[in-house]
Design a binder for this molecule. Structure first.
Ligand code: ADP
Length: 386
């Protein structure tokens, strides 16, 4: 068996695909998405946002209310799951409990009436790839969670599908094993060069695994892109706060102009004015936006101890209210007026609670959102520029 599925990897296309359950519940609004052949795309978002429903429509486990779904250039809206040339791996493993690992992995090939020699060759090759050769004679209850999930993945591999679908496959595993399996899956994707559509609510899994990530909220795609781009340039406050742990600080305020410079006056700390770059100010002015949300990632600011009773109004100044040591660093929660701003602090410099600090942030790292729509002003600006 060759473990290179590249020749068979298929492109998946959703055009206006929608899912409406009886009673008018729209789980997935009209959705456009293309997963290129050989690409690993991760659908990520909070529970209930429509990720699984989208995946299950691709699998054929849910009917499609409207739109067109194609796999490998062929419209499959009405094609039953078994004929879609896909293999799905579930959170629950879904192994046959009375069958050995070998029998579980061979099952689909038996149904396809492959020869015993061919089945043995494919199962052995997949087992070797996944490091489960010594488990082939066991039944599922004699396996750990991680081993069971390897068997479920092996069962998918031997079928050589043109598309792999994963529905939260690592969610039942403990944190250390999740990390290990995540790296194995990434390696598997590289080796197989297979098309993979992967659903998770875990942003770390999404960021580390995806060639591209698709962030969903309330049944809609809100942003698609290379993980780092999405993290660095979130299109709106939802994406900004969903990706990142702890999330981006979102500080409501209003734009104030003085002597040609533009600042954000924070609503929760009206004595605090934060200068914003001219480009962001111009974008906000171009849109006629006055009420804004200033975005600051915890890693983009440094807390500096200060003696000043009342530092200049141009600084984000406050008092350390809580310190959470994480080992490699600390999280400092700083009270600025009525707001709490969370920033990273060095591991070995624990400021005392109540210490006065000034938060220094690189202006180029600031984000600015329209408070009404939540849309990013930086993105509006770059959109206009292109
Ligand atoms: P996710 O995978 O992102 O957690 P789902 O795709 O499972 O979300 O669900 C999306 C939405 O569709 C949720 O609001 C859920 O309650 C709803 N939903 C899922 N299955 C059904 C169903 N069979 N009937 C009605 N609503 C459903």
């Amino acid at each position: 068996m060759t473990l290179n599925a590249a020749g068979r990897a298929a492109r998946v296309e959703l055009r206006g695909v929608r899912k409406e359950y009886s009673g008018g519940v729209v789980a997935v609004h009209d959705t456009d998405l293309t997963v290129e052949a050989g690409e690993l795309v991760v659908l990520v978002g909070p529970s209930g946002c429509g990720k699984s429903t989208t995946l299950r429509m691709v699998a054929g486990l849910e009917s499609i209310s409207a739109g067109e779904l194609s796999i490998g250039g062929k419209v499959v809206n009405d094609v039953p799951p078994a004929e879609r040339d896909i293999a799905m791996v579930f959170q629950s493993y879904a192994l046959y409990p009375h069958m050995t690992v070998r029998e579980n992995m061979a099952f689909a090939l038996r149904l396809r009436k492959r020869s015993a020699a061919e089945i043995a060759e494919q199962v052995n090759a997949a087992a070797e790839t996944l490091g489960i050769t010594e488990l082939l004679g066991r039944i599922p209850k004699q396996l750990s969670g991680g081993q069971r999930q390897r068997v479920a993945i092996g069962r998918a591999i031997v079928r050589e599908p043109s598309v792999f679908l994963f529905d939260e496959p690592l969610s039942n595993l403990d944190a250390a094993l999740r990390g290990e399996m995540r790296r194995e899956l990434a390696g598997l994707h590289r080796r197989l060069a297979a098309t993979m559509l992967y659903v998770t609510h875990d942003q770390v899994e999404a960021m580390t695994l995806g060639d591209r990530i698709v962030v969903m909220n309330a049944g809609r795609i809100v942003q698609v892109g290379v993980p780092t781009d999405v993290y660095l340039h979130p299109h709106d406050t939802f994406v900004a706060s969903f990706l990142g742990s702890p999330p981006m600080n979102l500080l409501p305020g209003s734009l104030v102009r003085e002597n040609g410079a533009v600042s954000v006056r924070l609503a929760g700390a009206p004595d605090t004015f934060v200068h914003i770059p001219a480009s962001l100010a111009a974008a906000a002015e171009g849109e006629g936006v006055e009420s804004v949300i200033l975005g600051l990632r915890p890693e983009d600011a440094t807390a500096i101890l200060t003696d000043a009773e009342s530092p200049s109004s141009n600084a984000l100044a406050g008092v350390v209210e809580l310190v959470e040591p994480l080992g490699h660093q600390q999280l400092l929660h700083v009270r600025v007026g009525a707001l709490i701003v969370t920033v990273h602090g060095a591991a070995r410099e624990r400021p005392p609670l109540g210490a006065r600090v000034v938060l220094r942030a690189d202006a180029d790292r600031l984000h600015l959102f329209d408070a009404q729509s939540g849309r990013s002003m930086s993105i509006l600006e770059s959109t206009r520029a292109t």
